[in-house]
Design a protein around this ligand. Structure first.
Ligand code: PLP
Ligand code: COI
Length: 350
């Protein structure tokens, strides 16, 4: 990596943080990227230092939840090259949400430019290669304005902040890191509602069931399909995966968030390992037939599910080496340690 001169002075190229022992916590980094939509036009405000936003009290995001967010990670390769992972897929998903909540799309070019600028400006906070940590990017989008009526905003802010993070679920991934989850009787989304987009309201709706599961000693809640409560839907803020015989299975449902990590793992399984994959409804009763279970997401990466409890039923799943294989390829691609046959890495110059 050429030595970046612009934002930081002196010899140090790395922030003085204990990168190998980070949790999934907000750490205020120096810069955030911001753009504003007004009078039908997006304009970039570029990099800003203030981590506080000043928005009108009537803003739709505050009252009616007209809001979206994304989660992505940036990694440092062994040669100090910095990579984002599939950023265009996050841009696409944000815009799917924008169409649904009736706001303007964020042009892909603006989204990518924002990522490039905010990562370059905060480059000493991209964790060192091999630390196990990454730089988490949180692009988000809010409808703002002087408003009280129930209607979409005319003005919007698109902003990206960053924070170096470690594992989302304490302990992270590994054969000694099994996690227990509880099937919830509550729903995070409606059958034909907003579950498929990354709208903040879905997450507010998960606080009660999530807290209930955590108070009972579980890592998080597992959600069932909101229409019948028969099929597995999501695992906290992650998608569900299981092995049935040779096949890697994952739920299909209109109300789940279509995980980019899951899509990547399905492609790795099919293309690299030649394992059969199936995206279909998975009933709770079918847990009896699975030899292994896990969940996946940007934050969760792959998390081994060691047990699932549903009222008086309990399923236990041993660690399966196939999770390790998937993990090694995924993280290898993300961190530049392995070839990227799918073209998922997006190099960011600093
Ligand atoms: N499901 C939900 C509800 C999520 O919030 C997330 C996180 O983004 C995921 C699944 C995983 O999606 P991705 O792999 O795109 O991060
Ligand atoms: C992610 O995996 O990026 C998420 O958004 C999950 C959670 C932190 C909300």
């Amino acid at each position: 990596m050429k030595k970046p001169q612009y934002y930081f002075l002196g010899e140090r190229n790395t922030a003085d943080l204990d990168f190998s022992n980070l949790g999934f916590d907000y750490i205020a980094c120096p810069y955030r990227f911001e753009a504003v939509f007004q009078h039908g036009l997006w304009r970039s405000r570029g990099l800003v230092e203030d981590n506080t936003m000043h928005i009108p009290e009537g803003s739709q995001c505050l009252h009616y939840g007209q809001q979206l967010f994304e989660g992505m990670k940036v990694f440092r390769g062994g040669d100090d090259t910095i990579y984002a992972f599939r950023p265009r897929d996050n841009s696409r998903r944000l815009n799917e949400g924008a169409r649904y909540i009736r706001g303007p799309e964020v042009p892909e070019e603006l989204f990518i430019r924002g990522i490039e600028e905010v990562v370059a400006a905060n480059h000493p906070y991209v964790p060192p290669h091999g630390s196990g940590a990454s730089l988490y990017l949180r692009p988000f989008y809010v409808g703002i304005g002087d408003n009280v009526g129930v209607k979409p905003a005319t003005d919007y802010v698109f902003r990206i902040f960053v924070a170096p993070v470690g594992p989302y679920y304490k302990g992270g991934f590994g054969p000694d890191q099994g996690k227990s989850f509880m099937v919830s009787r509550y729903d995070r989304a409606a059958p034909s509602g907003t579950g498929h987009i990354k709208a903040g309201g879905n997450y507010a709706a998960s606080f009660h069931p999530g807290s209930e599961a955590k108070s009972a000693g579980f890592v998080d809640a597992i959600y069932l399909d909101p229409a019948e409560h028969k099929f597995i839907e999501e695992v906290g803020a992650a998608n569900f995966l299981a092995f049935k015989g040779d096949a890697l299975l994952t739920p299909d449902s209109p109300s789940i968030l279509r995980s980019i990590t899951r899509q990547s793992l399905l492609e790795i399984a099919a293309e690299i390992f030649k394992w059969p994959t199936e995206e279909r409804k998975i009933s709770v009763d079918e847990l009896d037939d699975f030899s292994a279970a896990a969940c996946c997401g940007t934050a969760a990466v792959i998390t081994w599910i060691e047990s699932i409890v549903d009222a008086d039923r309990k399923w236990e799943f041993p660690f399966d080496e196939r999770w390790q294989k998937l993990y090694d390829v995924l993280v290898g691609i993300q961190t530049g340690a392995k070839d990227d046959p799918f073209g998922w890495r997006y190099e960011i110059s600093v």
